[in-house]
Ligand binder design. Structure first.
Ligand code: ATP
Length: 268
């Protein structure tokens, strides 16, 4: 295959500590991904089947990709990341083959976590009409690959979407992506943890009050908070290239510039 279409295997360096909050989600991922890959014997001892795959759903920018990378890293597994729409744009006319190729590469490099971001573009409800049958074939291929994963498993699939409602229900049947985990917009406590993560290496002035910032950022996602922190530091630098502190007023200014991604009504 051409270099453009090579399935890339990476070893992510994201740690659990790089992700603010989301403790329940982290625990779910440990059970569904890390245990089957690293401690399969616990399932055998209990006489149960390990989970097959996980669907993460929730608004954009809430850390789904980060979580998938962290659990791969903490499981000492390789990581293959696939953005749904790429299956059609990079592999024009060969999208089914792309799915086969991804699973082949995963088995070859196992233990491996395959992460399908925007899974709704790969596996929308079949027979919904408005396509040429290409998506139908791709969904079928994906289901075949999921069903074909051997026991004991050293390939685990994590998928992410903002639109679980449009997925083909067959994907969520037992033995497929049967762990469904909600990744919510961050509450105040989570926002505080996220501010801490993104200011860990930042020289903060005495007056910077992260609690207050967490309070003022309802509707902001993790991605928005990262942007605020970066912007605050850039504002300090724009004022003075020699600046060695980021002050509260820089954060306040950044808050005005960066708007929340999520409508207030949608938060909890
Ligand atoms: P999308 O649905 O758009 O793919 P996502 O849910 O996969 O979004 P990520 O790509 O994981 O979101 O997050 C984007 C960026 O936002 C991350 O690189 C990270 O810097 C920041 N971020 C999001 N959530 C958190 C969090 N809980 N803790 C720390 N950083 C976060």
């Amino acid at each position: 295959p051409s270099a453009l279409r090579e399935v890339l295997v990476e070893v992510p360096n994201v740690k659990w500590d790089d992700i603010g909050g989301l403790e329940e989600v982290k625990q779910e991922l440990k059970e569904a991904v890390e245990w089957p890959l690293k401690h399969k014997e616990v399932f055998e001892r209990m006489g149960i089947r390990p989970p097959r795959g996980v669907l993460l759903f929730g608004p954009p920018g809430t850390g789904k990709t980060l979580l998938a990378k962290a659990v791969a890293n903490e499981s000492e597994a390789n990581f293959i990341s696939v953005k749904g729409p790429e299956i059609f744009s990079k592999w024009v006319g060969e999208s089914e083959k792309a799915i086969r190729e991804i699973f082949r590469k995963a088995r070859q490099t196992a233990p491996t976590v395959i992460f399908f971001d925007e899974i709704d573009s790969i596996a929308p409800r079949r027979g919904s009409g408005h396509d040429s049958g290409v998506t139908e074939k791709v969904v079928n291929q994906l289901l075949t690959e999921l069903d074909g994963l051997e026991e004991p498993k050293d390939v685990v699939v994590i998928a992410a979407t903002n639109r679980p409602d449009i997925l083909d229900p067959a994907l969520l049947r037992p033995g497929r992506l049967d762990r469904i985990v909600f990744v919510p917009a961050p509450d105040k406590k989570t926002r505080l943890s996220i501010f801490k993560v993104h200011t860990k290496n930042m020289p903060l002035a005495e007056d910077v009050d992260l609690e207050k910032l967490a309070e003022k950022t309802e509707g902001y996602t993790g991605a928005d908070i990262e942007a605020i922190c970066r912007e605050a530091a850039m504002l300090a630098l724009r004022e003075n290239m020699k600046a060695d502190k980021v002050e509260m007023r820089h954060f306040e200014e950044a808050l005005k510039k960066i708007r929340p991604s999520i409508n207030k009504e949608d938060v909890e």
